[in-house]
Design a protein around this ligand. Sequence first.
Ligand code: ADE
Length: 245
Amino acid sequence: MNIDIVTIFPEYFAPLDLSLLGKARRGGLLDLAVHDLRSWAHDRHRTVDDTPYGGGPGMVMKPEPWGEALDAVVPSGTTARLIIPTPSGRPFTQTLAAEYAAEPRLVFACGRYEGIDSRVAEEAAARMPVDEVSLGDFVLAGGEVAVLVMVEAVARLLPGVLGNADSVSDDSFAPGAMESLLEGPVYTKPPLWRDRPVPEILLSGNHGAIARWRRDEALRRTARVRPELLARLDPERLDAHDREV
Ligand code: ADE
């Protein structure tokens, strides 16, 4: 997969050299480039923002550097899915992460200040798919952290990036058996720590009983912290035991 990130703070993306993502990049599974928006700003101060038309607080990112940046990163005859993080976008979910992981090429445009002049997304949409995406109902100082989050969520779904393929399918929110349930508690050795034993069932070797216990715990945790997710579950997928939990 190919990922380009355009930002006025390229240094924000240093962590993408670390851990799983660094390994994926070195192993050729992920080709990721970070571009400084200011290299497409041509005045003496490399200005990328200006005051908003219509008044109001803060600054808006100018369209010209963004237009040139997108022309350079996605030249005519090529395409990519353009993702613009903004609190006014559609919600980023595991389903969207999986959709992005199936794309050959993603371009992330990091806005700062009050956002990017709206004509940029509009013009780009004439030649590539454009998504305005939000991480949640809160406001960050800019798109950079949101892009770090999305790149990590996408990259770990790429074939070969995680050691164990099962760890993706068991995730909270992963499509499949545990769809829309939060993962329950997890344990490792030692079996007794500060007077707290690991639940006995996990030491039983009874895989059927363990799977049942994990599903019960997932149902209980979901009911406790995200009851709205339970309400959205397909009743067809709940068995009699689920309903008792
Ligand atoms: N930029 C600022 N706030 C954001 C949010 N909540 N999600 C995505 N991008 C953002």
